[in-house]
Design a protein around this ligand. Structure first.
Ligand code: ZN
Ligand code: FE
Length: 257
């Protein structure tokens, strides 16, 4: 393997991820919620940060960008559509653009919904997706800047990726997501198993990341908005997937597990 990863808990429930190319020693961080834990991880490993990959402009993903860039001279790559709200951006990328971290070459996918310009980073050769606040474990981001069906369309793009792609997302929201998922899909056997697994992980203080595209296809109700059975169970038989997704998001926002 020429890739090494380190998952770094930040703030209350954010994650940053270090992605290291062992061939060239290039090292990227995906999102920079705060400086201290990222710096501590880099110093512990004796790694030098060369790239900062930004999924979207929210403060809890960019607060550490400028300080880390100044400290290491790292190159900052983020969405062109949010270039005015991401300080320190060197390369503003759009859908399909390649992103190289040493010899690791990823690709940008635009996934609007949570924010208008949200992007994710897919490293197909390494079977890795960094999904930011678009796709969470058994959940998805809130569509703050777009109508919910826009986020649904973005999620269907991610759902179409191969099952064995590992997914690192921006937050540890898994327990609450699992409880909501069970409330709308109580008979989903794979979901029942996964919910127990993540309860145990969290009880042991461990992260629930990464997930995989295959696991999300099986257990994430937000990827099931085009399932006629789910639509019917929500009282929306025959409704468009975008409408079912909108209802799911509204239910989740009101959910008190
Ligand atoms: Zn966000
Ligand atoms: Fe966030």
């Amino acid at each position: 393997m020429s890739v090494e990863l380190r998952l770094i808990p930040c703030l209350a429930d954010n994650y940053a991820v270090l992605l290291r190319d062992t061939v060239t020693e290039a090292t990227a961080v995906v999102d920079a919620p705060e400086v201290a834990p990222i710096l501590a991880a880099l110093e512990r490993e004796n790694w030098t940060l060369t790239h900062i990959l930004v999924t979207h402009h929210h403060t809890d993903h960019i607060d550490g960008v400028v300080a880390l860039k100044e400290r290491y001279g790292a190159t900052v790559i983020g969405p062109r559509a949010e270039r005015d709200t991401i300080p320190g951006l060197d390369f503003a990328v759009v859908d399909g653009d390649p992103v190289a971290v040493g010899s690791l070459v990823g690709r940008v996918l635009e996934t609007p919904g949570h924010t208008k310009g949200h992007i994710v980073f897919l490293f197909e050769g390494e079977r890795l997706l960094f999904s930011g606040d678009t796709l969470f474990v058994m959940g998805c981001g809130r569509p703050f800047e777009c109508d919910p069906p826009v986020l649904w369309e973005s999620l269907t793009r991610l759902r179409a990726l191969p099952d064995d792609i590992s997914v690192y997302c921006g937050h540890e929201y898994t327990l609450a997501n699992a409880r909501f998922a069970l409330s709308v899909e109580p008979d989903n056997a794979e979901l029942q198993v996964r919910a127990k697994e993540v309860e145990a992980l969290r009880a042991a203080g461990k992260p629930t990341l990464p997930t995989t595209i295959g696991a999300e296809k099986a257990t994430n109700p937000f990827l099931h908005a085009d399932d006629p059975e789910l639509a019917a169970s929500l009282g929306l038989p025959g409704a468009e997937p975008g409408a079912v997704f909108t209802e799911l998001r509204a239910l989740k926002n009101r959910f008190k597990g």
